[in-house]
Write a protein that binds this ligand. Structure first.
Ligand SMILES: Nc1nc2c(ncn2[C@@H]2O[C@H](COP(=O)(O)OP(=O)(O)OP(=O)(O)O)[C@@H](O)[C@H]2O)c(=O)[nH]1
Ligand SMILES: [Mg+2]
Length: 325
């Protein structure tokens, strides 16, 4: 297996099963490229999934998500557990070099053989980032990673949701993340499982934490109240507390019998999300490739055709769906 070209479905599967990190790296590259072989690998290894603990870290740009992941990786590696990290960046069209910041932030871990790190941008993947992220997470899980961190930028209304994957969702905020506070308050953003207010070295950190606390106090009582943790990621401060909160949440899920239930619901949701992603791509391509469909859009723009008639025509032609709604 000295060259890349030597990989076949069989050798990749064999490599994944035997813990060959080169096979994992190759498999994740296939995922990124939307290669059908990736789907085959996921299909074959799916029975081996469900063992990894998947932790999602989401939050507005620049709050310190990668720095937090890096600090958490250090902590969890210290416990001897193996780790996968997927950084999802919807704003970046390319994977290579897209996350220079991430590379710097996570640089300490690149030499650790038991930490697999990959950043993903929106490359022409048919099912979009949701599908690529799902596949990558499943492969890391099947490979035997104990913990998989999935970092995504999210302001509460983002299309790229990790909620469908993670056992525990950590929302990272920092002093000044007012928009997220508003989104939480308005119910636009789902209440996460753990909230971390990073950059606690900032003078307004405590105020931020109090604001978050008061919002959580507003909603109806639930069986899990998200803990709020203060951290200074770059100095590794508060990280034990953050990980403890994540583990507490997981314990809560296990003890209440909610873990399997939640995972089941999420997987079903993922199927739906990926199918929707593919349908959208299919629709966009069909319209781009078909002058007749594009003409419909022009007709709507010119107010010669009403939007709903155009929708019906498009649905008929692209999906062969007639009016059933
Ligand atoms: N003062 C201070 N700066 C921090 C802290 N944590 C991270 N930073 C800095 O904040 C900046 C952004 O950190 P990242 O970890 O890249 O943040 P991110 O949320 O991953 O950013 P994106 O992935 O680009 O959305 C960097 O310059 C970090 O050094 C902290 O606790 N205190
Ligand atoms: Mg980042």
């Amino acid at each position: 297996m000295s060259t890349r070209a030597a990989w076949t479905a069989e050798s990749l599967l064999e490599g994944l099963r035997s813990g060959d990190r080169r096979a994992l790296a190759r498999a994740i590259s296939l995922v990124e490229n939307g290669d059908p072989l990736a789907g085959e690998l996921v299909r074959e290894t799916y029975p081996q999934t469900g063992r990894a603990e998947i932790v999602g870290i989401t939050g507005p740009p620049g709050v310190g998500k990668s720095s937090l992941v890096s600090a958490l990786v250090r902590l969890v590696r210290g416990q001897g557990r193996t780790i996968g990290v997927i950084s999802v960046d919807p704003s970046s069209p390319f994977t290579a070099g897209a996350l220079l910041g991430d590379r710097i932030r996570l640089a300490d871990h690149f030499l650790d053989r038991d930490v697999f790190i990959r950043s993903m941008g929106t490359r022409g993947h048919l099912g979009g980032l949701a599908e690529a992220t799902l596949q990558a997470a499943l492969l890391l899980d099947a490979f035997g990673k104990d913990v998989v961190f999935v970092e995504t930028v999210g302001t509460g209304q983002s299309e790229v949701e990790i909620t469908g994957l993670a056992d525990t969702i950590v929302l990272a905020l920092m002093p000044g993340s007012g928009d997220s506070i508003q989104a939480l308050k308005a119910g636009i953003m789902e209440i996460p499982d753990v909230i971390v207010v990073n950059k606690r070295d900032h003078p307004a950190a405590k105020t931020m934490m109090n604001e978050v606390r008061s919002i959580l106090g507003l909603g109806e009582k639930r069986d899990w109240t998200p803990p709020i943790v203060l951290t200074e990621a770059v100095r590794g401060e508060g990280i034990e507390g953050l990980w403890e909160a994540v583990e507490d949440h997981r314990r809560h899920l296990v003890e209440s019998g909610r873990l399997e239930e939640r995972r089941g619901e999420q997987l079903a949701g993922e199927v739906f999300a990926v199918a929707s992603g593919r349908a959208k791509t299919h629709l966009e391509r069909a319209v781009a490739d078909d002058p007749e469909l594009r003409r419909l859009l022009d007709e709507v723009k010119g107010r010669r055709l009403d939007p709903l008639t155009a929708v019906r025509e498009i649905m008929e032609q692209v999906f062969r769906l007639d009016e059933t709604t």
